[in-house]
Design a protein around this ligand. Sequence first.
Ligand code: AHM
Ligand code: MG
Length: 338
Amino acid sequence: VGRELINTEIITLTRFLTEEQTKHKEATGDFTLLCHALQFAFKSIAYYIRRATLINLTGLAGSSNMTGDDQKKLDVIGNDVFVSAMRSSGRVRVLVSEEEEEAIIFEDSPHARYGVVCDPIDGSSNLDAGVSVGTIFGIYKLAPDAKGTKEDILKPGTELVASGFTMYGASAMLVITMAGGTVNGFTLDNALGEFILTHPDMRIPRKRAIYSVNEGNSCYWEEPVKAWVEELKNPEEGGKPYSARYIGSMVADAYRTLLYGGIFAYPADKKSPKGKLRILYECAPMALVFENAGGLAVCSKMNRMLEVVPEHIHDRSGIFLGSHDEVQKVIDAHKRFE
Ligand code: AHM
Ligand code: MG
């Protein structure tokens, strides 16, 4: 009856989280509930993005966020969906979002033990062209004496308990990792409304000749970065040059890099001495995913990205992440300039 063609033993995100929870005897279920709220936010955002052109959600909202970026209508909606999901979970005390100037403290959950950081719709300049965008998130367990202030969350990525991203592409893809764990990828089945485990234990290839960087900024780059890219483009006799791939959505560029290998970079440069991408909700969550998949992630000073401590919630950093050997090449190029 075609039974052999149908896999009835699918692992949904719900099942995966339940199984993870039973592995931890001390678990209270709070983290699992928080993840359920997260997955609802991802499904809702995926739904609005898919329908954006049909229901008048393209274009600008007419406002700008704290960094002066013009907000898209979907930036605002994505943020509202995310904030509401986190508030109603009852498990989040502090939330930092790219779209909110201040950290949000949920006063109605005074005993909640988690802090969440997010970029609800990253790469939103690509939205109206139908190019993939994504949500990036990180989860921190608050210290027992946490006071429910933004300081509770000004922590390095080494303190993350989990992080990941959802890419809204041909399918919505959720990639999630827990501290010290593996990286797992789920694909949203729109008919079932469930994220299905399709990419268990993702491992990034050790090397691959692909680089992903906005080379339009190269006139602002520091010498080691220039030298590194020149080297990739001009191989020794008989070698092949690297391929360039740049979507301009960190989530999509990072997802490709995770699957195929290579390197994604947004260096600090003379124009943006601190880099462009944000430590808390862009760099650190991605760095945990890449390290747990066997790759590396460093900042522009070539220090481990996960150890960079933000002073302010919206602080930025240069970042290089990807295959182990490709990131090592950038580190080596910098060493030659010391
Ligand atoms: P956003 O958070 O305002 O969307 O900006 C972040 C995005 C990243 O997704 C992407 O890697 C980068 O900005 C692209 O920047 P650029 O256009 O300077 O290359
Ligand atoms: Mg962003």
